[in-house]
Design a protein around this ligand. Structure first.
Ligand code: ADP
Ligand code: MG
Length: 618
């Protein structure tokens, strides 16, 4: 007779094997126990460690506690109070999710648990060793739950030997502890190792928690970020670039209060710091995303630090733009001093960058005059002063001081494209300079007199940059206004274009596009309303060159699309009929953080120095 070779593993062995997935080192135990405590509603959690967790891990919480039968049950595999059906896995807001942690811990250690429901007189004291219940008795204990874990991996010597030095293991513990502490500023945490109290973190606002965890000096280094969209809410801090570290230490992402790692999102933040970091340093950040639970999948990795996001590209763009905006606000002072060398105005990231198209590597997001909320009111005040000084700066250059009427302007300058006329002959002598400050040349260039000569502004590019900046600054929280089309514009799509459109639909929608794809035809029902009829076709082509053929970074796609929108928007007929129009244009341009270059890195402003003019007459 054939001898059966297949046998079912005894439970305790199966448990040990399964435990390996959840519990890799002492730090994993701490993470699981703290997360359970948070799920139990605790607002105080004390962690006591000895011998880097190899000797003792103790986690005490003041959460809901367990009744006697739950206490007995909680160490069974797949015992959980948190899910009832498979669907629940996708809508989980709690930390644990499959009832494996306690079973795993109990399989490979000695566990001593005391727990009491707050409305019971007595609690339960339970001891388990290697999945075997040693004792279960009624006891007197505080309400909440306390776990003591000793002799971790005592029955899995291979694992125990695999553990690193105490220093390394404790570092892992500290990492886990700090991650949970950062995720829950409303909970009081303490961490004690070998009788030394390393952390005692009172509940409080997020900023305080970050400072308590990272150290006092951090307070001055934090740059707050806050954004809200339908798809994701974002808040937290980036660290000022000058405090970036040689190691990847202070990089934290949380989603729905759960720590996660993401190379992709990390890249977004790196992009935002582009050009601001010292060589070989890493930016610091603590960023909290809130996403509807059905838009993420936390279940892709057994230890749950990697998370899949349905809208990851959109989120990437939001991270990038918000971080850029925040850094712009805090690090770059707008320069409106025309006497300075023009190149001084360039942020470091833009100097010596060869022009490439469509390269969106500038930091265009800073609007120094946009009022900022709350804490930074003193800053916006100083920005306001700078705004006033824009005109003063020109006036102080020694040219006209009276206001011009619109009619004066018409006499001197060409008026729009249809009325182009040569006007060199009318350039006035200095002492008969009209009250107006600026000259519009051929409807395309604006000459702004300054003490050292003229500043020359490329009007069309200025518009491009203004549109770009205003959309970039606002599309995250406000979808771009769109205009419905009388007749949908159609475009045949290649396979690649079709995929590209579908992949980026969320971003495109946010940017004012509405379309259906029927078979292989794109039917555009609405486009951004900054476009005029005649720029729609080339605008769309430009958008496709970015989304389907651009070699720009995949997450930088929003910037690429916005750049396309802006460049098509600037194709419209320039409306610079009056001095007010020109004034307004200059003013808006200087409200852009990058008033020197377009998103495609083309020059917007140049100077015509006095010496050059004088030289011509030598
Ligand atoms: P999960 O957290 O996935 O449910 P665990 O094995 O971590 O699985 O915990 C099993 C169950 O034990 C939990 O669902 C919860 O009901 C209970 N439990 C665990 N820790 C605590 C605690 N600190 N306070 C109250 N109940 C707890
Ligand atoms: Mg759990």
């Amino acid at each position: 007779m054939e001898k059966a070779r297949i046998q079912r593993l005894p439970d305790h062995i199966a448990n040990q094997i399964a435990a390996g997935e959840v519990i890799q080192r002492p730090a994993s135990v701490i993470k699981e126990l703290i997360e359970n405590a948070i799920d139990a509603g605790a607002n105080r959690i004390d962690v006591v460690i000895k011998g880097a967790g190899k000797t003792l891990i103790k986690v005490v919480d003041n959460g809901c506690g367990m009744g006697a039968s739950d206490a007995d049950m909680c160490f069974e595999r797949h015992a959980t109070s948190k899910i009832r059906k498979a669907d629940d896995l996708f809508s989980l807001v709690t930390k644990g999710f499959r009832g494996e942690a306690l079973a795993s811990i109990a399989a490979i250690a000695h566990v001593d648990m005391k727990t009491r429901l707050s409305d019971e007189e007595t609690g339960t004291h339970l001891c388990i060793e290697g999945s075997k219940k040693v004792s279960l008795e009624e006891t007197v204990c505080p309400s909440g739950t306390s776990f003591e874990i000793k002799n971790l991996f005592y029955n899995v010597p291979a694992r125990r030997n695999f553990l690193k030095s105490d220093n390394v293991e404790f570092r892992h513990i500290q990492d886990e502890f700090e991650r949970v502490a950062l995720a829950h500023p409303d909970v009081h945490f303490s961490l004690t190792h070998n009788e030394n109290e390393l952390h005692n973190l009172n509940a409080g606002p997020l900023r305080k928690r970050v400072v308590d965890v990272f150290g006092k000096k951090t307070n001055d280094r934090l740059v707050p970020i806050e954004e809200s969209t339908d798809i994701v809410q974002l808040h937290g801090f980036v660290l000022k670039p000058e405090f970036s570290r040689k190691t990847r230490g202070e990089q934290y992402f949380f989603v729905n209060n759960r720590y996660f790692k993401s190379a992709y999102f990390n890249h977004a933040i790196h992009q935002a710091f582009d050009g601001l970091l010292k060589e070989k340093t890493f930016p610091g950040y603590v960023l909290y995303l809130t996403v509807p639970t059905d838009k993420i999948d936390v279940n892709v990795h057994p230890t749950k630090t990697e998370i899949k996001f349905e809208e990851e590209k959109f989120i990437y763009s939001i991270l990038l733009s918000s971080a850029r905006q925040a850094l712009g606000k805090y690090n770059i002072t707008p320069t409106l001093d025309f006497e300075r060398e023009v190149s001084f105005d360039l942020p470091a990231s833009m100097r010596n960058t060869p022009a490439t198209e469509p390269t969106i590597q500038l930091n265009p997001d800073y609007n120094p005059f946009k009022s900022t909320s709350g804490s930074s009111s003193s800053e916006s005040q100083s920005h306001k002063n700078k705004k006033e000084s824009y005109k003063d700066a020109i006036r102080s250059q020694g040219f006209g001081t009276q206001e011009a009427s619109a009619d004066d302007w018409k006499n001197f300058y060409s008026i729009g494209e249809e009325e182009e006329k040569e006007e060199q002959s009318t350039i006035p002598m200095e002492d008969e300079i009209p009250a107006a400050d600026n000259f519009l040349v051929k409807g395309s260039y604006i000459l702004v007199p300054s003490k050292s000569g003229f500043m020359v502004i490329h009007a069309r590019r200025a518009i491009e940059q203004i549109v770009y900046t205003s959309i970039i600054n606002s599309f995250i929280s406000n979808p771009v206004d769109s205009q419905a089309m009388l007749f949908p514009v159609e475009k045949e799509l290649s396979k690649r274009e079709k995929t590209a459109w579908i992949e980026n639909e969320t971003i495109l929608k946010q940017l004012g596009f509405e379309a259906r794809i029927k078979d292989d035809t794109l039917q555009l029902a609405a486009v951004p309303n900054v476009w005029q009829q005649e720029s729609i076709q080339s605008g769309i082509d430009h958008v496709f060159s970015v989304i389907a053929y651009g070699n720009i970074d995949k997450g930088d796609i929003a910037h690429g699309i916005v750049a396309s929108i802006a460049s098509a928007a600037a194709m419209k007929k320039l409306d610079l009929r009056t001095s007010e129009h020109v004034e307004k244009l200059i003013e808006q341009l200087f409200q852009c953080e990058n008033h020197m270059h377009t998103p495609g890195n083309k020059k917007i402003i140049d100077t015509l120095p006095m010496e050059a003019i004088t030289h011509k007459f030598n």
